[in-house]
Write a protein that binds this ligand. Sequence first.
Ligand code: ZN
Length: 307
Amino acid sequence: MIAALPESVEIREVGPRDGLQNETTIPVKERIALIDALSGTGLAAIEAASFVHPKAIPPMAGSAEVMKGITRVPGVRYRALVPNERGALDALECDADEIEVVMSISETHNHKNINMSPDESVRQIIELTDLAHQKETPVEAILSTAFGCAYEGDIAPNRVAHYARRVLDEAGVDGLSFGDTSGMATPRVVLELLDALENVGIETAQIGLHFHNTRNTGLANIMVAMQQGVRRFDAAIGGLGGCPYSPGATGNVATEDVVHMVEDLGASTGIDLEQLIQCGHLAEQLVGRQLPAQVLRSGPRTRTISS
Ligand code: ZN
């Protein structure tokens, strides 16, 4: 018997943004088809687009067309990542249900990624949150490299907690998520961060976690986090993704694998796994190769072989 697991867990799909931004450009029509397919699985939130400058991340060009072209399913929150004011205005114009703003705890990664110091990022998050709140749109701050950085190595959990507290207090963001940008999280590192957050008064039930499966600890990280009361996790269909600015970082944890494990533990996700697996096959068609999700190959453990 596994003690104290949450009764329900929210899995947020990030494949159409975090995943596809690392691919050669996928046509807008196909990005829309993937989001529409995912919308029918029971997912509560989909990261649909990123309003970055098309020259910075060419695969995300056409995000406005994507946001306007998808068929919105009631109950699904369509989220958009924004790097600056221009992006925030564009995302709000496209009726994004939630805005995501990102800062890196690692000084080096933040400079390489968005050319700012972490303190400058906090100031920007304050401005973007104000802007979104004027349109009554909630904002989530994603603190990346929260579990380590490919350039700087270990990141002190207290440093992550310090910035988490600041974006909550100074910007008034509505949500907080912690990204394992370089795939350096292990169960030990996860527990250390959750402890540091608790020390600054941030409860595990308030936060979301975003793991990559770079060193094959993605599901173990989710398991220990669930045992500490975390109820929100990002995952990408098929295990798409990675970070173009973190050398060696491979894909996100696969949505199929996460849903399969979480449901088997008795926590409800509201997601239809067989339908999700169909979306995984669609994602493989779009990128033209086999993706790493393992439940995509093997099916759920209860699937019977028809003779
Ligand atoms: Zn990711």
